[in-house]
Design a protein around this ligand. Structure first.
Ligand SMILES: Nc1nc2c(ncn2[C@@H]2O[C@H](COP(=O)(O)OP(=O)(O)OP(=O)(O)O)[C@@H](O)[C@H]2O)c(=O)[nH]1
Ligand SMILES: [Mg+2]
Length: 381
């Protein structure tokens, strides 16, 4: 909404020592707070989207905010819905104050590595984790993919594996590896044209990705240089995310993107060729990310990571993501690790007792689950 009068609570300073009463009594209830969506974080400054169709308001404002003192120790991340007070005019130089974080529907976490249990929250409230993996430059690493799958399942998010740079190598092998897990796979590639202004992705491949993102809040993760920002730029024409080249010798990216940013996903052109057309796409009824203005979902670009530590993940959580195995594992001995060397693991009996025609599929699924399970403790990222 537009500018509103500020009241004294917006500028309340620290109570003076002399007349100090308990601070909690003085603190305003912030009943005048409005809801904002955190779309970017940069060195203590938060970019928020306030109002708009999602909040039932006509106007939508981009607001810069900082955290109120009482949130000093609380992490606010991209995707968070927050209560904000103060100057929410969005005018240049204005600064609002975040006073509360609303309950999160999901929290994607990672640890720096498995021995360092310091948790980082990557994003909040995302529905889907898009694991972006280049088929070459840099070389794909299944350890990294497995770890991301585990992190997503742990957070209660669905998974999409996006294999990029199919112009350089075939996706077949990786596709076969992830099929038994029920992981959906999409493949993108660049067009052969040489253009100094940057590469162009094959439009059909981009539209296939868009189709899987529709109506959802999706977060792209992966090593540096796999093409996350390139894909975001293809999906969101005015995103203007910087992209970087991959080092020819090491095959590593340059960590071009340095902070996470959430962008609205245009519905796209069903023809699959060009920029979004405002009301062309179908609306998803009731989906929170649909605002009826030519957007249908959110995509979040994140900085490339070297690894995806899983020190925070519990085995039980991982097992919950595999309903069939979870049920069978109820019969395991107490403290069973469910790993291949676990004595009397009920999952092995389940394979043994399978009907002949189901055995290969079950065995593949169990092998995949165990691979994920050991990736939790392994160090191959
Ligand atoms: N050949 C080929 N190159 C691609 C493709 N997609 C992206 N690239 C190139 O890969 C390089 C890295 O792309 P970025 O989009 O910056 O990668 P990123 O994942 O955002 O990297 P960080 O921000 O560092 O995490 C750029 O030189 C892109 O042009 C593709 O499909 N094929
Ligand atoms: Mg990037």
């Amino acid at each position: 909404m537009g500018r509103r009068d500020l009241d004294e609570s917006d500028f309340r300073s620290r109570p003076s020592k002399r007349g100090s009463r308990p601070r909690t009594k003085q603190r305003p209830e912030h009943s005048d707070a409005v809801t904002g969506l955190v779309t970017g974080v940069d060195r203590g400054r938060y970019t928020l989207l306030v109002g708009g169709a999602a909040a039932g308001l006509a106007d939508e404002t981009v607001v810069t905010a900082m955290k109120a003192r009482e949130l000093t120790r609380t992490r606010v991340v991209v995707g968070d819905r927050v209560d904000v007070v103060g100057d929410t005019s969005g005018e240049e130089g204005s600064l609002a104050r975040i006073v509360r974080i609303q309950e999160r529907t999901s929290t994607l976490r990672r640890t720096a590595d498995d021995t360092d249990p310091y948790e980082r929250i990557v994003v909040a409230n995302a529905d889907q984790l898009v694991i972006v993996t280049a088929l070459a430059q840099p070389e794909p690493r299944t350890g990294m993919i497995d770890r991301c799958v585990v992190a997503a399942y742990d957070a209660g998010m669905s998974v999409l594996l996006c294999l990029t740079k199919a112009d350089l190598a075939s996706p077949d092998e990786l596709r076969a590896l992830y099929e038994p897990l029920g992981v959906e796979v999409v493949v993108t590639r660049r067009t052969p044209s040489d253009d100094d202004a940057g590469i162009t992705l094959v439009p059909e491949s981009v539209e296939e990705v868009r189709g899987r993102l529709r109506g959802l809040v999706s977060v792209l993760v992966g090593h540096s240089g796999v093409g996350k920002s390139t894909l975001i730029n293809a999906l969101v024409p005015d995103a203007r995310r910087a992209t970087g080249v991959v080092n020819d010798v090491t095959g590593r990216g340059r960590h071009t993107s340095t902070s996470a940013v959430a962008l609205r996903l245009p519905v796209g052109d069903p023809g699959g060729t060009d920029a979004p057309d405002s009301d062309a796409g179908p609306d998803v009824d009731g989906a929170p990310a649909t605002d009826g203005a030519g957007f249908d979902g959110w995509v979040i670009d994140t900085p490339g990571v070297r690894s995806f530590g899983l020190a925070h993940v519990e085995v039980a959580h991982l097992l919950h993501a595999f309903e069939d195995l979870d049920e069978v594992a109820q019969d395991c001995p107490r403290g069973c690790t469910h790993l291949a060397d676990a004595p009397d693991c009920a999952l092995d009996d389940w394979i043994e007792a399978s009907p002949e025609d189901e055995r290969p599929a079950r065995a593949a699924r169990l092998a995949s689950f165990r691979r994920l399970l050991s990736s939790r403790t392994g160090s191959d990222a």
